[in-house]
Design a protein around this ligand. Structure first.
Ligand code: PGA
Length: 240
Protein backbone atom coordinates (compact mmCIF):
# COMPACT_ATOMS: atom_id res chain seq x y z
CA UNK A 1 0.00 0.00 0.00
CA UNK A 2 1.15 3.50 -0.84
CA UNK A 3 0.85 6.34 1.65
CA UNK A 4 1.65 9.54 -0.13
CA UNK A 5 1.93 12.81 1.78
CA UNK A 6 0.97 15.84 -0.29
CA UNK A 7 2.12 18.89 1.65
CA UNK A 8 0.78 21.33 -0.96
CA UNK A 9 2.04 24.91 -0.36
CA UNK A 10 2.89 24.30 3.28
CA UNK A 11 6.19 23.86 5.04
CA UNK A 12 9.42 25.58 5.99
CA UNK A 13 12.82 24.14 6.92
CA UNK A 14 11.49 23.91 10.49
CA UNK A 15 8.71 21.59 9.35
CA UNK A 16 11.33 18.95 8.62
CA UNK A 17 12.07 18.62 12.33
CA UNK A 18 8.94 16.54 12.87
CA UNK A 19 9.91 13.93 10.27
CA UNK A 20 11.94 11.90 12.74
CA UNK A 21 8.67 10.75 14.30
CA UNK A 22 7.60 9.14 11.06
CA UNK A 23 11.10 7.77 10.44
CA UNK A 24 11.20 6.15 13.89
CA UNK A 25 7.71 4.76 13.56
CA UNK A 26 8.47 3.26 10.17
CA UNK A 27 11.76 1.74 11.31
CA UNK A 28 10.04 -0.40 13.88
CA UNK A 29 6.75 -0.97 12.06
CA UNK A 30 6.18 -4.71 11.71
CA UNK A 31 4.32 -4.46 8.42
CA UNK A 32 6.82 -2.10 6.79
CA UNK A 33 7.42 -4.47 3.91
CA UNK A 34 3.83 -3.90 2.83
CA UNK A 35 4.13 -0.12 2.94
CA UNK A 36 5.60 2.54 0.68
CA UNK A 37 5.77 6.07 2.11
CA UNK A 38 6.35 8.97 -0.25
CA UNK A 39 6.58 12.59 0.93
CA UNK A 40 5.83 15.30 -1.62
CA UNK A 41 6.84 18.64 -0.06
CA UNK A 42 7.01 21.97 -1.90
CA UNK A 43 9.98 22.14 -4.30
CA UNK A 44 11.93 24.31 -1.85
CA UNK A 45 12.10 21.39 0.59
CA UNK A 46 12.90 18.52 -1.75
CA UNK A 47 16.66 18.78 -1.28
CA UNK A 48 16.77 19.20 2.51
CA UNK A 49 14.09 16.57 2.97
CA UNK A 50 15.96 14.08 0.78
CA UNK A 51 19.06 14.64 2.90
CA UNK A 52 17.10 14.13 6.08
CA UNK A 53 15.49 10.93 4.80
CA UNK A 54 18.70 9.46 3.42
CA UNK A 55 19.17 5.90 4.69
CA UNK A 56 15.49 5.57 5.56
CA UNK A 57 12.90 3.78 3.43
CA UNK A 58 10.93 6.98 2.96
CA UNK A 59 10.94 8.39 -0.54
CA UNK A 60 10.66 12.03 -1.66
CA UNK A 61 8.56 13.31 -4.54
CA UNK A 62 7.53 16.60 -6.15
CA UNK A 63 4.11 18.17 -6.67
CA UNK A 64 4.19 19.47 -10.23
CA UNK A 65 6.59 20.49 -13.01
CA UNK A 66 6.87 22.47 -16.20
CA UNK A 67 6.25 20.40 -19.32
CA UNK A 68 9.66 21.08 -20.91
CA UNK A 69 12.29 18.63 -19.81
CA UNK A 70 15.11 20.94 -20.94
CA UNK A 71 16.18 24.29 -19.59
CA UNK A 72 14.41 27.30 -21.05
CA UNK A 73 13.29 30.86 -20.55
CA UNK A 74 10.33 30.04 -18.32
CA UNK A 75 10.55 32.38 -15.37
CA UNK A 76 9.39 30.83 -12.12
CA UNK A 77 9.16 27.31 -13.54
CA UNK A 78 10.95 24.10 -12.62
CA UNK A 79 11.22 21.09 -14.92
CA UNK A 80 11.20 17.40 -14.06
CA UNK A 81 14.95 16.97 -14.59
CA UNK A 82 15.63 19.71 -12.06
CA UNK A 83 13.35 18.04 -9.54
CA UNK A 84 15.07 14.72 -10.09
CA UNK A 85 18.41 16.43 -9.66
CA UNK A 86 17.54 17.59 -6.13
CA UNK A 87 16.21 14.23 -4.99
CA UNK A 88 12.66 13.66 -6.22
CA UNK A 89 11.83 10.12 -7.29
CA UNK A 90 8.11 10.59 -7.82
CA UNK A 91 5.95 13.48 -8.97
CA UNK A 92 2.29 14.36 -8.57
CA UNK A 93 0.79 15.51 -11.87
CA UNK A 94 -2.76 16.60 -12.69
CA UNK A 95 -3.86 17.60 -9.20
CA UNK A 96 -7.27 19.27 -9.30
CA UNK A 97 -5.87 22.35 -7.58
CA UNK A 98 -3.80 22.85 -10.75
CA UNK A 99 -6.46 21.71 -13.20
CA UNK A 100 -8.68 24.35 -11.63
CA UNK A 101 -6.24 27.04 -12.70
CA UNK A 102 -6.08 26.00 -16.32
CA UNK A 103 -4.05 22.80 -16.45
CA UNK A 104 -5.67 20.89 -19.31
CA UNK A 105 -5.57 17.16 -20.07
CA UNK A 106 -3.25 17.97 -22.96
CA UNK A 107 -0.79 19.89 -20.76
CA UNK A 108 -0.95 17.14 -18.17
CA UNK A 109 -0.09 14.63 -20.88
CA UNK A 110 3.03 16.64 -21.82
CA UNK A 111 4.05 16.89 -18.18
CA UNK A 112 3.63 13.15 -17.63
CA UNK A 113 5.76 12.38 -20.67
CA UNK A 114 8.52 14.76 -19.63
CA UNK A 115 8.52 13.44 -16.05
CA UNK A 116 8.81 9.83 -17.23
CA UNK A 117 11.59 10.83 -19.60
CA UNK A 118 13.46 12.34 -16.65
CA UNK A 119 13.14 9.06 -14.80
CA UNK A 120 10.49 10.11 -12.30
CA UNK A 121 7.55 7.90 -11.43
CA UNK A 122 4.23 9.65 -11.81
CA UNK A 123 1.31 9.98 -9.41
CA UNK A 124 -1.40 10.92 -11.86
CA UNK A 125 -4.46 12.58 -10.26
CA UNK A 126 -7.92 12.30 -11.74
CA UNK A 127 -11.36 13.05 -10.36
CA UNK A 128 -14.76 14.55 -11.04
CA UNK A 129 -16.25 17.77 -9.70
CA UNK A 130 -19.45 17.81 -7.66
CA UNK A 131 -21.36 19.10 -10.66
CA UNK A 132 -20.10 16.26 -12.82
CA UNK A 133 -20.95 13.75 -10.11
CA UNK A 134 -24.50 15.11 -9.80
CA UNK A 135 -24.94 14.77 -13.54
CA UNK A 136 -23.73 11.16 -13.20
CA UNK A 137 -20.81 11.92 -15.49
CA UNK A 138 -18.08 10.56 -13.21
CA UNK A 139 -17.01 7.65 -15.41
CA UNK A 140 -17.14 9.69 -18.57
CA UNK A 141 -14.93 12.38 -16.99
CA UNK A 142 -12.44 9.86 -15.62
CA UNK A 143 -12.30 8.06 -18.93
CA UNK A 144 -11.45 11.30 -20.71
CA UNK A 145 -8.85 12.31 -18.13
CA UNK A 146 -7.18 8.91 -18.41
CA UNK A 147 -7.21 8.58 -22.18
CA UNK A 148 -6.02 12.15 -22.87
CA UNK A 149 -3.62 12.28 -19.92
CA UNK A 150 -1.96 9.02 -20.88
CA UNK A 151 -2.17 9.46 -24.64
CA UNK A 152 0.93 7.84 -26.20
CA UNK A 153 2.51 7.29 -22.79
CA UNK A 154 4.68 4.21 -23.10
CA UNK A 155 5.78 3.47 -19.55
CA UNK A 156 2.33 3.15 -18.04
CA UNK A 157 3.81 0.79 -15.46
CA UNK A 158 5.59 3.83 -13.99
CA UNK A 159 2.31 5.65 -13.49
CA UNK A 160 0.22 5.35 -10.34
CA UNK A 161 -3.32 6.69 -10.52
CA UNK A 162 -4.72 8.74 -7.65
CA UNK A 163 -8.49 9.00 -7.78
CA UNK A 164 -9.40 12.24 -6.02
CA UNK A 165 -12.98 13.43 -6.36
CA UNK A 166 -12.65 17.23 -6.39
CA UNK A 167 -15.55 17.59 -3.95
CA UNK A 168 -13.82 15.40 -1.37
CA UNK A 169 -10.52 17.31 -1.28
CA UNK A 170 -10.21 19.30 1.92
CA UNK A 171 -13.97 19.05 2.53
CA UNK A 172 -14.15 16.25 5.09
CA UNK A 173 -16.38 14.31 2.68
CA UNK A 174 -15.52 10.92 1.23
CA UNK A 175 -17.42 8.85 -1.34
CA UNK A 176 -19.77 6.09 -0.24
CA UNK A 177 -17.87 2.79 0.03
CA UNK A 178 -19.87 1.11 -2.74
CA UNK A 179 -19.36 4.02 -5.10
CA UNK A 180 -15.67 4.16 -4.36
CA UNK A 181 -15.22 0.42 -4.91
CA UNK A 182 -17.06 0.70 -8.19
CA UNK A 183 -15.08 3.74 -9.40
CA UNK A 184 -11.71 2.22 -8.49
CA UNK A 185 -12.71 -0.92 -10.36
CA UNK A 186 -13.71 1.13 -13.37
CA UNK A 187 -10.31 2.87 -13.37
CA UNK A 188 -8.56 -0.50 -13.13
CA UNK A 189 -10.38 -1.75 -16.22
CA UNK A 190 -9.22 1.36 -18.11
CA UNK A 191 -5.59 1.10 -17.12
CA UNK A 192 -4.65 -2.43 -16.28
CA UNK A 193 -1.80 -3.38 -13.94
CA UNK A 194 -1.65 0.08 -12.47
CA UNK A 195 -1.94 0.86 -8.79
CA UNK A 196 -4.97 2.99 -7.99
CA UNK A 197 -4.98 5.13 -4.87
CA UNK A 198 -7.72 7.15 -3.24
CA UNK A 199 -7.29 10.76 -2.10
CA UNK A 200 -9.59 13.34 -0.54
CA UNK A 201 -10.03 14.08 3.17
CA UNK A 202 -8.34 10.87 4.30
CA UNK A 203 -7.91 11.05 8.08
CA UNK A 204 -7.35 8.75 11.07
CA UNK A 205 -11.11 8.38 11.53
CA UNK A 206 -12.36 7.57 8.06
CA UNK A 207 -9.40 5.30 7.30
CA UNK A 208 -11.26 2.53 9.12
CA UNK A 209 -14.00 2.67 6.52
CA UNK A 210 -11.65 3.30 3.60
CA UNK A 211 -9.35 0.39 4.37
CA UNK A 212 -12.24 -2.04 4.13
CA UNK A 213 -12.63 -1.22 0.43
CA UNK A 214 -10.39 -3.94 -0.82
CA UNK A 215 -9.42 -2.75 -4.28
CA UNK A 216 -7.64 0.43 -3.15
CA UNK A 217 -3.82 0.31 -3.35
CA UNK A 218 -3.11 3.22 -1.04
CA UNK A 219 -3.89 6.81 -0.18
CA UNK A 220 -2.87 10.30 -1.20
CA UNK A 221 -3.11 12.38 1.94
CA UNK A 222 -3.17 16.17 2.01
CA UNK A 223 -4.10 18.03 5.19
CA UNK A 224 -3.58 15.11 7.56
CA UNK A 225 -0.08 14.44 6.22
CA UNK A 226 1.25 17.67 7.70
CA UNK A 227 0.74 16.26 11.17
CA UNK A 228 3.12 13.33 11.69
CA UNK A 229 0.87 11.87 14.39
CA UNK A 230 -2.14 11.77 12.10
CA UNK A 231 -0.09 10.40 9.22
CA UNK A 232 1.32 7.62 11.40
CA UNK A 233 -2.15 6.89 12.78
CA UNK A 234 -3.54 6.47 9.28
CA UNK A 235 -0.86 3.90 8.45
CA UNK A 236 -1.24 2.06 11.74
CA UNK A 237 -5.00 1.84 11.47
CA UNK A 238 -4.84 0.55 7.94
CA UNK A 239 -3.15 -2.58 9.29
CA UNK A 240 -5.03 -2.95 12.56
P1 PGA B 1 -6.84 16.43 1.54
O1 PGA B 1 -6.05 16.61 0.17
O2 PGA B 1 -6.39 15.13 2.14
O3 PGA B 1 -6.45 17.62 2.36
O4 PGA B 1 -8.30 16.40 1.20
C1 PGA B 1 -5.79 15.53 -0.67
C2 PGA B 1 -5.08 16.02 -1.90
O5 PGA B 1 -5.38 17.15 -2.33
O6 PGA B 1 -4.22 15.33 -2.45
Amino acid sequence: MYFIANWKMFGSLNSLNSLHKVVNFFKSFKKKKLVKIIYCPPSTLIRPMSKKLKNTNIIVGAQNCHEHENYGAFTGSINSNMLKNVGAKYIIIGHSENRQFGETNKLINLKIKSALKSGLKVIFCIGETLKEKRKKNTKQVLNKQISLGLNKVKNKNKVIIAYEPVWSIGSGLIPKSNDLFDTINFIKTKIRNSKVLYGGSVNPKNIIELKSINNIDGFLIGGASQDPKKFIDIIKKTYN
